[in-house]
Design a protein around this ligand. Structure first.
Ligand code: TYD
Length: 205
C-alpha cells in the first residue's frame, strides 16, 4: 500500500554497533510483509559525496570536524533530492539509517557548535518520526567486528551517546532500548512506526 500524498519518513539513529542497521532493515521487511511499500536507505548515502565520505573520511580521517559537518550536510541534501523526496512523492515509506541527528551527535561530539550544525541542516526535510536505539558504548564497540570507523572508541562514542540522550530529553528523538532481544526491539519499533503511519493516514482523510 502506498501512503497517498506525501509518504512517511522515518530516521533511525544510534551509536555504531547499536543495531540500527539491522533494525532499519527489519522494519522495512515487517512493513512490506504487512502490505506497505517501504524502502531502506542510509547515510552516508550511496551518492557521489556519500561514497567519498565513506572511502576517505570515515576510514582515514584527515579533515576537521567542521569539514565533516559540511560534507555530511552536502551528502544529506543530495540524498534528499535524489532518493528520499522522489520516494516520498510516490507515497512510499522511507526508512533512513541515520539522518540529521547523526551529524549533531557525531560532529557535535568533536566540539562543533550544535546550533551551527543545526543551521547547516535547516532546510532538510523533517522525518515524521526519528528513533534513537540506545546501547552503552562498550556494548556498541564489542558488537562491531572487523574494521572500525574513526569515530569508534569508548571516549568519543560516550560523547556521541550523551548528545543523542540530550536530544531524547528535548523530545527530538524517540527512545528505544537497544539492549532487548532483536525481535523485541523490532516489535517496539514497528509499533511506533505503525502509530505514525496511522496518524499520517488519518490526517489525510
Ligand atoms: P554507519 O551507519 O555506522 O555506517 P556502517 O553501517 O557502514 O558502519 O555510519 C558511518 C559513520 O559515519 C558512523 O561512525 C557515524 C558517521 N556519521 C557522522 O559522523 N555524521 C553524520 O552525519 C552521519 C550520517 C554519519
Amino acid at each position: 500500500m502506498d501512503i497517498i500524498n506525501h509518504g512517511v519518513f522515518f530516521a533511525i539513529e544510534g551509536i555504531d554497533g547499536s543495531g540500527k542497521t539491522t533494525q532499519s532493515r527489519d522494519l522495512v521487511d515487517s512493513l512490506i510483509k504487512n502490505g506497505f511499500n517501504a524502502v531502506y536507505t542510509m547515510e552516508p548515502s550511496k551518492g557521489y559525496i556519500g561514497t567519498f565520505i565513506k572511502k576517505k573520511i570515515i576510514m582515514n580521517k584527515k579533515v576537521s570536524p567542521e569539514v565533516e559537518a559540511l560534507l555530511f550536510a552536502a551528502d544529506r541534501f543530495e540524498h534528499i533530492d535524489s532518493e528520499i523526496l522522489p520516494l516520498l512523492r510516490k507515497g512510499k515509506i522511507v526508512v533512513s539509517d541515520r539522518y540529521v541527528h547523526a551529524s549533531i551527535a557525531y560532529q557535535g561530539a568533536q566540539g562543533i557548535d550544535l546550533e551551527w550544525i543545526e543551521s547547516l541542516n535547516y532546510f532538510t526535510i523533517e522525518p515524521d518520526l526519528a528513533i534513537y536505539i540506545d546501547v552503552p558504548p562498550s556494548v556498541g564497540i564489542s558488537r562491531k567486528k572487523g574494521k572500525k570507523s574513526v569515530f569508534e572508541n569508548l571516549e568519543s562514542l560516550s560523547k556521541v551517546r550523551k548528545i543523542y540522550q540530550d536530544l531524547v530529553d528535548k523530545g527530538n528523538l524517540t527512545l528505544i532500548n537497544g539492549m532487548k532481544k532483536r525481535d523485541e526491539i523490532g516489535k517496539d519499533l514497528y509499533k511506533l512506526a505503525l502509530q505514525t503511519i496511522e496518524e499520517k493516514l488519518r490526517s489525510q482523510t
